[in-house]
Design a binder for this molecule. Structure first.
Ligand SMILES: Cc1cc2nc3c(=O)[nH]c(=O)nc-3n(C[C@H](O)[C@H](O)[C@H](O)COP(=O)(O)O)c2cc1C
Length: 437
């Protein structure tokens, strides 16, 4: 689903917040977006810019579900299927994203949001970068972009990720296309880290069909229905990047990062600029959603996994609820261990039975209250590899951070305190009594 269809559909459902008073991309819009975190927001009058700005597109599972045409609880399965069976998109000759080719590159004319007074400057936050790795082919990923001047951005490349490894391999410049306002399936695909050589645009096309078009200046292809495409080169010139708010809602530090030089800007007629509030729900959800299938796959290797949910309080990154169909007294413990293998940044996990709604925090807490005993259902793993994002982990420069991990087996305990295996009838006594509807 492209951005315009998404705006129309969310408006029809009454989900879209429309801001009709003039709003300023310089500090004001971020404040408004923060007040509406979790909702799509359309700014129809933008200071010093003639077209609308949309944000919050990815800030709830319901929006992905709408865009992909699947129920929210089935998103994991749709994504897993697309990653397992990517489909190469067709290439076409003409595209909406090339309706207008700007005669002159001027990044200062774009309505790039300055989010917080402490930021290094205005940042593009919903930009999806397309590059080609000399060995592995196309890579597509989000990277935040600090606007430096009319032609240049500083780009944050996390070490070891696809764009970074490709950039380190080439001596000269690496061609790059920055897609702004990309179709929703591209946004979710760009947030996945599939095995090397698997193309994220083919994952996007498997999620929902969308053709590609060749860039005007380089040997790259981009989705035809982007609002803007900024074509350029990732250079080896380094510059200070940051400070900027991180996923944890704490400040990320200043680092020397590469400069991107933009050579050509194309866009749709009356283009819609897409913003994304960094650190908040859509940043977190986009990061986390692609990890749910990897946790699911790992847990499914050891028992019957039914679903996985990374939770908002754990930044959709550090905390998960795993739902299993328990068939063995030990399945809860096995599921905990497997979940940590499926997402190495995971820190705390709760395992629940099939009858517990894993998307409802109160239901999960109820399972902990009525089925969990710390003496037998708690698993603590000391000194484990950790997410670099956890401020409470042990951080040593140049080394992977370390943390303690915690798993709670909140499934119905099959072994009774006296050691006997509970009968099916005894286990049924743990189920919630439901009122008739
Ligand atoms: C909103 C958002 C912003 C992100 N910003 C950055 C960034 O600035 N730098 C970076 O290296 N990764 C960033 N990421 C993470 C990558 O886009 C993501 O991990 C991607 O899966 C990397 O895949 P790759 O290893 O295939 O390149 C961001 C992700 C999201 C969802």
């Amino acid at each position: 689903m492209n951005l315009r269809e998404f705006i129309a559909q969310t408006r029809d459902r009454g989900w879209l917040v429309t801001v009709e008073d003039e709003a300023d991309p310089n500090l004001e819009m971020a404040r408004i977006l923060n007040a509406h975190d979790g909702q799509p927001v359309l700014f129809t009058r933008v200071k010093n810019w003639p077209y609308p700005i949309v944000a919050g597109v990815c800030s709830d599972r319901a929006y992905f579900a709408l865009a992909l045409g699947v129920p929210p609880e089935r998103l994991l399965f749709a994504l897993a299927e697309a990653v397992a069976h990517p489909v190469s998109p067709p290439l076409v000759d003409t595209a909406p994203c090339q309706e207008v080719i700007e005669p002159k590159v001027d990044l200062t004319a774009l309505p790039i949001l300055h989010h917080l007074p402490g930021d290094a400057g205005p940042y593009v936050t919903a930009g999806v970068l397309v590059i080609k790795d000399p060995n592995h082919g196309r890579n597509v990923a989000f990277h935040r972009l600090l606007r430096l001047d009319e032609h240049h951005f500083a780009v944050r490349l996390v070490e070891g990720r696809g764009t970074d490894t490709a950039w380190r391999k080439v001596q000269g410049d690496l061609e790059v296309a920055i897609c702004l306002g990309a179709p929703i399936q591209v946004l979710i695909a760009a947030a996945t880290s599939p095995p090397k050589g698997v193309d994220e645009l083919s994952i996007a096309h498997a999620l929902a069909p969308m053709p590609l078009v060749k860039c005007r200046t380089g040997d790259l292809e981009v989705p035809t229905e982007c609002e803007f495409v900024l074509e350029g080169r990732l250079t080896h010139q380094m510059v200070a990047e940051g400070p900027f708010i991180d996923l944890t809602e704490t400040w990320d530090i200043v680092r020397q990062q590469p400069v991107i030089e933009i050579d050509c800007i194309t866009h749709r007629r009356q283009p819609i600029y897409q913003a994304l509030l960094p650190g908040k729900l859509e940043h977190k959800l986009l990061m986390g959603l692609p990890r749910e299938p990897t946790i699911y796959a790992a847990v499914n290797e050891v028992c019957d996994c039914r679903n996985v949910c990374l939770t908002a309080g754990g930044m959709y990154w550090l905390h998960a609820v795993v739902q299993i169909a328990k068939r063995h007294p030990d399945d809860g413990r096995r599921a905990i261990e497997a979940a940590f293998r499926g997402h190495t940044s995971l820190k705390h996990v709760v395992v629940v039975d099939e009858d517990v709604d894993l998307f409802d925090p109160a239901a999960v807490e109820w399972a902990i209250a009525t089925r969990f005993q710390a003496g037998r259902g708690l698993m603590v793993l000391e000194n484990q590899p950790s997410s670099s994002l956890d401020p409470s982990a042990t951080h040593v420069p140049g080394q992977k951070a370390r943390t303690s991990k915690l798993g709670l087996d909140a499934t119905i305990p099959w072994i009774a305190p006296d050691g006997h295996l509970r009968s099916e009838e005894e286990r049924a006594a743990f189920r919630r009594v439901e009122y008739e509807s």
